[in-house]
Design a protein around this ligand. Structure first.
Ligand SMILES: [Zn+2]
Length: 282
């Protein structure tokens, strides 16, 4: 596993899904985005399902839990889930990390592609996948997710998080939260009302797990490129404006959750032009 200062980290992957290109790129016309990423015959583009595994100050922390194992075969087909290298739990096992080893799970938000792996089926019950972990979820995200509406109910699926409350694994947090002295969450509103990102800081080095604040690296380069899934697109633009500057000033390593082309990179700036320079990590 690579290091960032004293922090050990790894980017495990739960495979990828196939997402409608219009969903991924919102108002950006297909003739513009298809020069950058080629859709399949059903106009779908791949979205990686990256998580972030962190070892900091003796704590083992997982950020987001992928698509999990609870959906029917038909549901997996609907989202185009592909797992050529096995699921997230299998990847963690290859690193020598068992579900029992996790101390903390952080959900950036409660959309199904980020948190369905929180829980799994055991007999007739739905139980936490990581039985010894506390699950850190923003209080406002929780409130939105337990009362989905006509717009959000396709992706706010109660079985992915309500069982955590029943089993005593839920830890609701309020805004920016320090996890260890080197790891913290920060609000990055727009994709959802209480979407959060995760920051690693150690020995002068910085990394930023952007989650859906910038779904693909193209979305971080261009403020106006916002997915159709963002519930507050104008907030997303202001949020990205802030984090663009933040990332450039710190020379931060950016970890993109859904980007199959550029999973990690650094944001560079020349005048008003921003671009992501790919950086590969161990
Ligand atoms: Zn997502």
């Amino acid at each position: 596993m690579p290091y960032l200062g004293n922090i050990e980290y790894y980017i495990p992957n739960d495979g990828h899904v196939l997402v409608d290109g219009g969903g991924a790129f919102g108002l950006v016309p297909r003739v513009v985005w298809e020069r950058l990423i080629t859709p399949d015959e059903e106009n779908r583009v791949p979205f990686s399902l990256n998580s972030l595994l962190i070892r900091s100050e003796g704590k083992t922390i997982l950020v987001d839990t992928g698509y999990g194992t609870k959906l029917s075969k038909k549901d997996y087909e609907r989202v185009g889930l592909r797992r050529p290298e096995g699921d997230l739990v299998a990847q963690l096992a290859r690193l020598g990390v068992q579900p029992d080893d996790l101390d903390i799970v952080i959900d950036t938000h409660l959309h199904a592609d980020h948190c369905a792996g929180n829980t799994r089926v055991q007999g007739d019950a739905i139980v936490p996948t990581f039985p010894k972990a506390e699950y850190y979820i923003q209080r406002l995200e929780w409130a939105d997710a337990i009362a989905p509406n006509e717009r959000t109910r396709a992706t706010y699926i109660l079985d992915n998080y309500v069982p955590l409350q029943e089993s005593g694994h839920l830890k609701l947090i309020n805004g920016n939260t320090q996890i260890t002295s080197e790891v913290r969450t920060a609000m990055a509103r727009g994709h959802t009302r209480a979407h959060q990102v995760v920051i690693l800081e150690s020995k002068g080095e910085t990394a930023l797990f952007v989650a859906d604040m910038a779904t693909l690296h193209y979305h971080f380069q261009r403020l106006a490129w916002v997915t159709s899934y963002d519930v507050e697109p104008l907030e997303s633009i202001e949020t990205k404006r802030y984090w663009q500057q933040w990332a450039v000033e710190r020379d931060a390593l950016i970890i993109f959750q859904h980007d199959t082309q550029v999973p990690t990179g650094k944001l560079r700036q020349e005048g008003r032009h921003f671009w992501v320079e790919p950086v590969s990590v161990g």
